[in-house]
Write a new protein. Structure first.
Length: 377
């Protein structure tokens, strides 16, 4: 191993690397790693290179199960692996982990497959997702946790899921997300005006957005003047993406404002009193980590991933999945209780500082990298 081990991040999109993996990569750079990033480049290439990372553009079609696209992606990644010759590959999310693991067959580098919530294939009940599960489940154990490989998960439930598949415990790392910069993200005061909820994330059905819209409709029917901000874009490559026509209808609803992609996320939380994420499953939701850092009480579903940062009765109210009435009840309760919002805000900020600060997560990540590089196999 060289004095400056070469670390490659394999990520589906440049924006996802910048949004979800930048703190890890910075920690690795500070620890002496030669950091490379292989991803599809849209508008984030310059930002990645400005960090001092070496960028390797890919042209793959994320998430496609078309056999031709799938084989093409494997071949493209294998060529990149041979050319870059990394000591360690950090494969980010489910689809890049599958493609990257197949591309790495017979090559000497070690690899970590980071699974943030297991992805669409294992969380959706759609026929397409079921087909993918049937095809992949028999080989996941060897593909993700085989020789020179390990799995990175963000919560204990996903640790158990990987162990249940047969991945050895010593080949599973648990690190809760990438962390948040608690120096940059300061607690914000509550804004004036009507109580406002905010959702930040991709516009996916799996995120519970239809339940959120239904809950807001119930609140209007009850005479509650609670506004709703929705920050995020559609994701056409994801089969769970909400159709644009439906989103356009949401824009016409009273009290609902769709912001699209927002670069400065603090501007969203500066306008909101409450953070909401009615997702069906998460790894560890970055939007809620940031909301808690900015001092926003949370309403979330009582599911894997959300529970790691949204602690019931501590900084959050938890509701069942796809239960618009329970979601509306929780929003109404927080809207009417100023003291409860303040208590949740303080507790959430303290929780982020104690458990999810990017410096702590970065240290744990670097330890994982060194453990992989020093392991036998």
């Amino acid at each position: 191993m060289s004095s400056n081990p070469r670390l490659l991040y394999l990520v589906s999109e440049d924006w996802y690397f910048l949004s979800h993996r930048l703190p890890m990569a910075r920690a690795a750079r500070a620890a002496g790693f030669d950091v490379h990033v292989a991803t599809r480049v849209a508008e984030g290439g310059a930002a990645i290179e400005a960090e001092g990372f070496t960028l390797h553009p890919l042209t793959w079609c994320r998430g496609s199960i078309n056999p031709r696209d799938f084989v093409s992606a494997i071949a493209q990644v294998r060529r990149a692996y041979r050319r870059i010759a990394p000591d360690l590959v950090h494969q980010v999310a489910f689809w890049p982990s599958i493609v990257g693991s197949l591309a790495a067959f017979g090559l000497p580098m070690r690899r970590i497959s980071a699974l943030a919530g297991m992805g669409y294939a294992f969380t959706s009940n759609a026929p397409k997702a079921h087909i993918v599960r049937v095809l992949l489940q028999p080989i996941l154990k060897d593909l993700l946790g085989g020789r020179r490989a390990a799995v990175l998960v963000q919560n204990p439930d996903d640790f158990g899921a990987m162990a249940a598949l047969g991945v050895a415990h010593e080949r599973i790392f648990l690190i809760p997300g990438s962390g948040v910069d608690t120096d940059q993200m300061r607690r914000l005061p509550e804004p004036p005006g009507p109580i406002t909820m905010a959702y930040v994330g991709r516009l996916l059905d799996d995120k519970g957005l239809r339940s959120l819209i239904a809950a807001h409709e119930l609140l209007n029917a009850r005479g509650e003047d609670i506004r709703l901000l929705i920050a995020g874009d559609t994701d056409p490559a994801n089969p769970a993406s909400i159709p644009q026509q439906e989103i356009d209808r949401w824009r016409q609803r009273p009290g609902v404002e769709l912001l699209g992609y927002v670069a400065d996320i603090s501007s969203v939380w500066a306008r909101a009193h409450i953070a909401v994420l009615p997702s069906r499953r998460e790894g560890l939701p970055k939007s809620l980590l940031e909301a808690a850092a900015y001092g926003r009480p949370i309403i979330a579903t009582d599911v894997t991933g959300c529970r790691e940062i949204a602690r019931a009765g501590v900084n959050a109210l938890l509701v069942p999945v796809d239960d618009a009435a329970a979601l509306a009840d929780a929003a109404q309760r927080l809207a009417r209780d100023t003291a409860l919002r303040a208590n949740f805000a303080a507790a959430g900020r303290a929780l982020v500082e104690k458990e999810f600060a990017s410096a702590r997560i970065g240290n744990e990540t670097v330890k994982m990298y060194h453990a992989m590089l020093s392991s036998r196999g």
